[in-house]
Design a protein around this ligand. Structure first.
Ligand code: BTN
Length: 334
C-alpha cells in the first residue's frame, strides 16, 4: 500500500493521539525531512485536523476530525478481512474505479472510498452529487461465487447494512424506499448503486460491486443538481453529539455489515428489517418501469417478497412482482 507523506505523518500522530511528538522525532521515524513534516502538518491542519504545535514539544493531534483515512478505519473493523481499503482524495466515481481495476484483472474483496467524486453515478444513468468533505462515497468490490438469482437481494442486504450503520453511529432511524434509497425525515440521505459482471460458464457472478453514497453533512452551498430539494444530510437528523471521525466510523460499520453478506445473503434474515423499514408497504404508489419503455402506472405496494421484489396490486386486480424500476409514493389527500 502506497501512503503519502501526509498519511504517514497523520498515522504517526494518530498513534500518539493526545500526546506531543517532536518534529525531529517524526522526521526520524518516517525518514522524512523536517520541511516535509512541516508541510504535511500544515496540510492536515488545512483539512480540519486539530493539531496543537508548541515550539519546545512538537505536535499533538487532539482530534482526528472528519478526514477519511484507511488508518482510522482499519482499527474499527470487526475483522480485518478487507484485502485493501483504497482512500482517494478525488475520483470520477468509486464504482468506475473498481470497474477499471476489474478490467485490468483485479479480483478480490476490497473497498474504495473517496472524499469527493467528479462524476458520481446514480441509478438510471443519473448523476450523484458528491462534493468534497461532506459525504461518504464508498464502493465495496466482491469476488464471491454467488448465484445470479441473488442479484436483487444484494441491494436489499446493502440497504439494511447502511441503515444499521447509521443507527449505530448516529442513532438515526432511516426508512428504505425500494429498492435502495435511504430516507430520513422525508429526505434522501443515501443512494446505492449495485453493479456486477457475470461469469457465463458458471452462471455465477464474476464480481460485483456495491456503491454507496451517504450525505453526511449539508454542503456549504446546499445540495445541487438533481439532489436539490430531495437530498438531506444524516447529521441534520442526529439528536446527540456528532462523534469525532464520523465518516470513518460510518464507513467501518458499513464495511462490517457488508463483509457478512457472504454468509448471510442466502439466509434472508435481513428481509424482516428491510420490510420494517420500508416506506412503501401499504401505500399507493406510482411505478415507473425501466424495461420496455412502458408507461407509468398507479398501484398499491403490498409486499416485499423473499427475493426482494416489490409486489404491487393494480386497480384492475392484477398483481405484479417488480425486479427493477422506480417508484414514488402518492401523497395522501388531507
Ligand atoms: C442513486 O441514488 O441513484 C444511487 C447513488 C449511488 C452513489 C454511490 S457514491 C459511491 C458510488 N460511486 C458512484 O459513482 N456511485 C456510487
Amino acid at each position: 500500500m502506497c501512503q503519502t507523506t501526509k498519511e504517514k505523518v497523520f498515522a504517526l500522530l494518530q498513534r500518539n493521539l493526545g500526546t506531543f511528538i517532536s518534529g525531529e522525532e517524526i522526521a526520524k521515524q518516517l525518514s522524512l525531512s523536517r520541511t516535509a513534516v512541516w508541510k504535511a502538518i500544515a496540510q492536515l491542519k488545512e483539512e480540519g485536523c486539530s493539531i496543537d504545535a508548541a515550539a519546545s514539544r512538537g505536535y499533538c493531534l487532539k482530534k482526528c476530525g472528519d478526514r477519511l483515512s484507511a488508518e482510522l478505519i482499519r482499527p474499527l473493523l470487526q475483522q480485518d478481512n478487507w484485502e485493501e481499503l483504497v482512500v482517494l482524495d478525488e475520483v470520477d466515481s468509486t464504482n468506475l474505479y473498481v470497474k477499471r481495476q476489474a478490467s485490468k484483472g483485479r479480483r478480490g474483496n476490497y473497498a474504495v472510498l473517496a472524499d469527493c467524486q467528479t462524476g458520481g453515478r446514480g441509478r438510471m444513468g443519473r448523476a450523484f452529487f458528491s462534493p468534497p468533505g461532506v459525504g461518504l462515497y464508498l464502493t465495496a468490490a466482491f469476488s464471491l461465487p454467488l448465484a445470479l438469482h441473488n442479484a436483487g437481494l444484494i441491494t436489499v442486504y446493502a440497504s439494511v447494512a447502511v441503515a444499521g450503520a447509521l443507527q449505530k453511529v448516529l442513532g438515526i432511524e432511516c426508512d428504505i424506499k425500494w429498492v435502495n434509497d435511504l430516507y430520513c425525515g422525508g429526505k434522501k440521505v443515501c443512494g446505492i448503486l449495485t453493479e456486477g459482471a457475470m461469469d457465463f460458464e458458471s452462471g455465477r457472478f464474476d464480481y460485483f460491486l456495491i456503491g454507496i453514497g451517504v450525505n453526511i453533512r449539508t454542503p456549504p452551498g446546499g445540495f445541487a443538481g438533481n439532489a436539490r430539494g430531495i437530498a438531506g444530510a444524516v447529521c441534520d437528523f442526529a439528536a446527540g453529539e456528532i462523534p469525532d471521525m464520523l465518516r470513518c466510523r460510518i464507513a467501518a460499520e458499513i464495511l462490517n455489515g457488508l463483509r457478512r453478506l457472504e454468509n448471510e445473503i442466502e439466509g434472508r434474515a435481513y428481509l424482516a428489517e428491510y420490510r420494517r423499514r420500508s416506506m412503501l408497504l401499504g401505500k399507493k404508489i406510482t411505478v415507473y418501469p425501466i424495461v420496455g419503455g412502458s408507461e407509468s402506472y398507479e398501484a398499491e405496494a403490498v409486499e416485499i417478497d423473499d427475493d426482494g421484489r416489490l409486489i404491487v396490486s393494480c386497480p384492475d386486480g392484477s398483481v405484479k412482482a417488480l425486479n427493477s424500476g422506480e417508484v414514488s409514493v402518492k401523497p395522501t389527500a388531507s
